[in-house]
Write a protein that binds this ligand. Sequence first.
Ligand SMILES: Cc1ncc(COP(=O)(O)O)c(C=O)c1O
Length: 407
Amino acid sequence: MTNPALDRLPGSAFVRLRALLDPLAPAVENTLAMSIGEPQLPPPPWVAEIVAANAHLWNRYPPNDGTPELRAACAAWLTRRFGLPAGCVDPARHVLSAAGSREALFLFALAAVPQEKNGRRPAVLMPNPYYQVYRAAAEMSGAEPVLVPASKEGGFLPDYAALPEDVLERAALAIFCSPSNPEGAVADLDRLTGLVRLARRHDFVLACDECYSDLYFGEAPPSGLNAAHALDADGGEPFANVVVFHSLSKRSSAPGLRSGFVAGDARILRAFLKLRSYAAVAMPLPIQAASAALWGDDAHAAANRAHYARLVAAADRIFAGYPGYLRPQGGFFLWLDVGDGEAAAKRFWQEGGIRVVPGRYLTADDPRAPNGNAGHAFVRIALVHDEETVTRGLSTLRALLDGGPRR
Ligand SMILES: Cc1ncc(COP(=O)(O)O)c(C=O)c1O
């Protein structure tokens, strides 16, 4: 009756979290959700004005690929942000708008994964832990999801080059996230260059999820587009085999706008646009107008970045000396080793009224990992509130960990 691939997907992390915590009553009155990665800061106030000024466009079907203004703004941002040579990102060929990066990541697998690769079932490579949509995209496209450990020893990034040749030959798509959710790990240009070489050698698509790329606390993370462009490519396509996914959800604190874009290899984007013309929900024109302005506004993004840098500095202070703390390089999550993530999440909720996500819920089981799951020891803590709230929340968690017998 229904697609059995759906049965292979684990329940959503948030459904599992509710099942874990809802039966428990917190001992405190004030509760705090540090579970959901939803920025609580506002987007720039003028977004609402642009949407209102374009209200006469609500009766128009929007273009699937994005207005020329929006695509030009995305291309200009890519060029500025990643220091790409002027003119190398062609808005008409290298950029497609998307209603947020989630839908684009999911639908993209349907466009990129063939029914067979080298006569066998294709594989989609992804990190483990992983953003839940990657797994769904792989399963629903008929591919085998290959979850590659993003271990502490490997800098919390997956090493696709170390996979057996047999798997690489079947790889149709490799999804790579930097800065990563949940660990906040950032890939340098060398690593990205190695990935692009691997993708070209084995003829798969490298899909770089870069939706946190404007939130960083050291060097600005490079893009897969930098690596693709730096290597000589066939046929004059500067971004051969590479597509990147971007979003206004984190950069501009606008997850409710549902606005993102995909950029990269023009040949792949042409196929993706064909699929999108049947299956994607195009972004309404007033939202496209506001989005174009947001991609042009680096000042708000810089203020956002400074805000998250203050939150990470607070985490540095509060978790100083705590052995399970590792400073994230980007994004807005802490990936904290607490020994047993589920037990800690229950205690944080019951005793401190704070919700966090057990790492296990974001990680596929792996018999090679301790306790059968590499996320077992961790919790993910979202730093998305104002500084005072985050400082209070983190201080409570630290006190619980220090006083807690179950570390
Ligand atoms: C790693 C990662 N990729 C993609 C997304 C999707 O974001 P959006 O659809 O809001 O652009 C998220 C959102 O949480 C994320 O964490």
